[in-house]
Each structure stands twice: as structure tokens, then as C-alpha cells.
Write a protein that binds this ligand. Structure first.
Ligand code: CP
Length: 315
């Protein structure tokens, strides 16, 4: 693997998940791969899991890390071509990406959708600029359109907990006080379908995912009907794609509750975290023995470690 921006960079998905499960059993076996090598983690947005699991994954591979919080520590970056740089943006991505890529062997970037302009977010300006100007391999730690490291961790978790070959997986929209990007939902939908599991997406009308992410998943606007017979319930809020970045509904009836979980096939509950308790999901569900939110978070280490291993093997 040269770089990891989306599922399109994965040659063999079952082999990748198998690799991750093997690495999890013996996380220090590949320690030699990172010797005398280093990775820069660049954050344009906040993080708990992504930052720490990436550092832990690097540690397990013997790889040194440096972290740059662009918002508080770095120069504000300009991404547009041909502009007169007389605003607060002191450095152009052309120089910044080239310099960082000359210091490090791998560069990982987090840059959320701004939810102001759909084309700008869905053109992946930040990731594409790093890809163009950074000489080192790059890794997507959540971008305008996707969060593939999270989706790989979710897939590892489902593989560890499924009791049938092709479980019924339900991705449910849930209410949230703030407008959130579609990245997690987009990636989850793409990866679950690539794994050939049975995926149903349920949300209020107006929250349809971009066609490329929705794929061939069943869309069910009745949440309770969608939950029937589910093996996994994955909750996530996202803002509208069609009415870009808008909150069309905050209906509390879409919260995942203990009563709704009774409609499922004793489903396991999933969420990428951070989660707003008693807004997105009831305490009784997230605190139940069917909740997988902590195993998911743990598997963020092994999703990053698996991707890093494949990149380091090609250096
Ligand atoms: N799930 C996830 O990416 O968490 P953080 O935003 O804390 O990194």
C-alpha cells in the first residue's frame, strides 16, 4: 500500500481484516518495521481516539511520532492556488506538505468537512493537496468524505463478534445538537457493503447519503422496522448531504433505546465515539453487555497498525 485515503486503496479487504486480527494477537511482532522511521500526525480538528490509537500503533511498530495541531501550533494553511496571501493564512500547502514530507516517512492527516461548501468538502481539497505536494505516503485520519480507519476498526469488531457469516447490520441516524459531517456514515456504508454483509440504512427523509456511499444498501425510513432482526446496530448522526450541512430534524424519537433494541436479534450496539449519551443512545443501551463501543475504540489501534504495517513494508 502506498497511501491510505479510502477503501479504494485496499487491494484485498478480507486479507486486510485477517492481517489486523493476527496483528492484534501479537502486536509487537513487527517492531523492526518502524526502526529509524518516523510519522507526523497532523490535526486540523480535535481528536481523542485517532491521536492516541495512532501513537500506540506506531509505538507497537517501533515507529517514532510527532504531532502537529495546526489550529493551535502551526501556521494557518492556504490551499487555494494563485491567491494573494494577505489574510491570516501564513503558509501555502505547497511548501508545508513538501517540508513535512521531507522530515517524515509517513504523514497522517485529519481534516473534517467544513459543511459550508459541498463541492469543496467532497473534492477532498486537503487530502488531495497533501497527496500532490507531500513526497511521503499519507494516511487519512478523517477527511471531508470518509473515516476509513474507523470503518476498518468497525469491520474488525464485527468480524470478532458476528455469529453468522453474513450478519444483518443496521446503520441508524440519531439526533444530535450540532451539524456533523457524513464521513463516518459514508465509510461505514462502503466498507460494510464491500465486506458483503447485509446493510440497512435508516434515517429521516432528507438524510440520504451520497450515492457512492449508499451503494446498494436497503434504505428504510421506519427505524423500528429497520431494527427487526438486526445483528448489529450502528448509531451515528450526520447532517444532510442533499441540503448540505443542514440539520433537518432533531427528533428525539430517533434515539437508540432499550425498547428498540428489543426488536433486534439481540443486536450488539456500536458507535464510533465520542457519543452524546441520552441524545444519540440511552445509557441502558451503551452500558449494556451488548455494547461494543469500547472494543471498537480498542480496535482503532489495530486498524492503524495494519495500515502502517502495509505502508512500511513498501518503503
Ligand atoms: N472515533 C474517532 O475518530 O474519535 P476521535 O474523534 O476522538 O479521534
Amino acid at each position: 500500500m502506498k497511501s491510505f485515503l479510502s477503501i479504494n486503496d485496499v487491494e484485498n479487504l478480507p486479507a486486510l481484516v485477517k492481517d489486523a486480527l493476527e496483528i492484534k494477537k501479537n502486536p509487537h511482532v513487527y517492531k523492526v518495521l518502524g526502526r529509524n522511521r518516523s510519522m507526523c500526525l497532523i490535526f486540523l480538528n480535535p481528536s481523542l481516539r485517532t491521536r492516541l490509537s495512532s501513537q500506540k500503533a506506531a509505538f507497537n511498530l517501533g515507529l517514532q511520532t510527532a504531532v502537529l495541531d495546526v489550529g493551535s501550533q502551526g501556521w494557518q494553511l492556504e490551499f487555494a492556488d494563485g491567491v494573494k496571501m494577505d489574510s491570516d493564512k501564513a503558509e501555502h500547502i505547497k511548501e508545508a506538505a513538501a517540508v513535512i514530507g521531507s522530515y517524515f516517512d509517513v504523514v497522517a492527516i485529519r481534516a473534517f468537512a467544513k459543511l459550508e461548501n459541498r463541492d469543496e468538502d467532497y473534492n477532498e481539497q486537503v487530502m488531495e493537496s497533501f497527496k500532490k505536494y507531500c513526497p511521503a505516503p499519507i494516511i487519512n485520519m478523517e477527511s471531508g468524505t470518509g473515516h476509513p480507519l474507523q470503518a476498518l476498526a468497525d469491520l474488525i469488531t464485527i468480524n470478532e463478534h458476528k455469529t453468522v457469516d453474513k450478519p444483518k447490520v443496521v446503520l441508524t441516524w440519531a439526533p444530535h445538537p450540532k451539524a456533523l459531517p457524513q464521513a463516518v456514515a459514508n465509510s461505514f456504508s462502503r466498507w460494510i457493503q464491500a465486506a458483503e454483509f447485509d446493510l440497512t440504512i435508516t434515517h429521516p427523509k432528507g438524510y440520504e447519503l451520497v450515492e457512492e456511499a449508499a451503494g446498494n444498501a436497503d434504505v428504510e425510513y421506519n427505524q423500528e422496522k429497520a431494527f427487526e432482526g438486526a445483528d448489529f446496530i450502528y448509531a451515528k448522526n450526520w447532517s444532510s448531504y442533499a441540503h448540505y450541512g443542514q440539520i433537518l430534524s432533531n427528533d428525539p424519537d430517533w434515539m437508540v433505546t432499550e425498547n428498540k433494541m428489543k426488536l433486534t436479534n439481540n443486536a450488539r450496539f456500536m458507535h464510533c465515539l465520542p457519543v452524546r449519551r441520552n441524545v444519540v443512545v440511552e445509557d441502558a443501551v451503551i452500558d449494556s453487555e451488548n455494547s461494543l463501543v469500547l472494543p471498537q475504540a480498542t480496535n482503532r489501534i489495530y486498524s492503524m497498525q495494519t495500515i502502517l504495517k502495509q505502508i512500511l513494508e513498501k518503503l
